[in-house]
Design a protein around this ligand. Structure first.
Ligand code: SF4
Ligand code: SF4
Length: 236
């Protein structure tokens, strides 16, 4: 989700790469679960998040839709997000002890927090998403834990094959950006068709898990689906 705020207002003014040290380590959260509550629809799930959840929890997208995730429109495109309970706005995966019950399968946004991703504006980069990329920034007003210590960004993000993951994040982000630009110009019926295609292709259609859990399986399947979607939607 794009935020219409200046980086200066919400960050320490720095941009970080995966090999930089950043002050995010809150020592295992020590009883705090503040970022698992009151997040509204903001924890948006990408196709890898759904792969991790469906394969890791042995469930389907439809199963998650019963009480764990919801669908909302983000800049014209329907995307899934973690569901907060109606009463106390608690994430559906937070357990009674205030801990994440799906730590190994938690979504990318949860892995990052309180880091965010900053994508350079188009005019300062290039149209080639491989050359644009993103940087990390520290959201200084989000995590209330005092005396956080420094940790390497790559360790904090806690994701296997971080180079491949960053490529995936980049590909998905710029693909969505193209789709969002496209739907802004389309009539309602075409927007409905595009949204249905994306939901089915990237979220509802199961990702086959071949052999032991291995995210390389996902990246291969995602690459094929992305190429298919670009072709069907006639996107570069
Ligand atoms: S707000 Fe900070 S300390 Fe609290 S649960 Fe989130 S990351 Fe942990
Ligand atoms: S998935 Fe886990 S870490 Fe993420 S908001 Fe829910 S309980 Fe918190």
């Amino acid at each position: 989700m794009r935020r219409q705020v200046s980086l200066e207002e919400i960050s320490d003014g720095r941009l970080y790469g995966k090999n930089d040290m950043v002050r995010t380590d809150c020592g295992g959260c020590r009883g705090c679960s503040s970022c698992c509550r009151g997040m509204g629809n903001s924890v948006i799930l990408d196709p890898l998040d759904i792969y991790r959840l469906t394969v890791g929890l042995s469930c389907t997208f439809e199963g998650l839709m019963t009480d764990k995730i919801g669908l909302n429109v983000v800049d014209g495109v329907i995307l899934p997000n973690l569901k907060m309970s109606a009463g106390d706005e608690t994430c559906a995966f937070l357990d009674a002890a205030g801990r994440c019950s799906i730590h190994a399968q938690r979504p990318g946004i949860c892995r990052l927090f309180p880091l965010g991703r900053f994508y350079p504006p188009a005019e300062t980069g290039t149209e080639d998403s491989n050359l644009r990329g993103f940087r990390y920034f520290l959201q200084v007003h989000e995590c209330p834990m005092p005396n956080k210590t420094k940790v390497k960004v790559s360790k904090w993000v806690d994701t296997p094959d971080l180079n491949r993951y960053e490529q995936f994040v980049n590909d998905w982000h710029y693909f969505l950006e193209h789709v969002q630009e496209r739907v802004a110009q389309e009539a309602d019926e075409e927007i409905r068709k595009i949204n249905l295609l994306l939901l089915k292709l990237f979220y509802i259609k199961p990702y086959d898990n071949i052999g032991p859990y291995d995210e390389r399986d996902f990246y291969r399947q995602f690459g094929e689906r992305l190429a298919m979607a670009r072709e069907v939607l006639d996107l570069a």
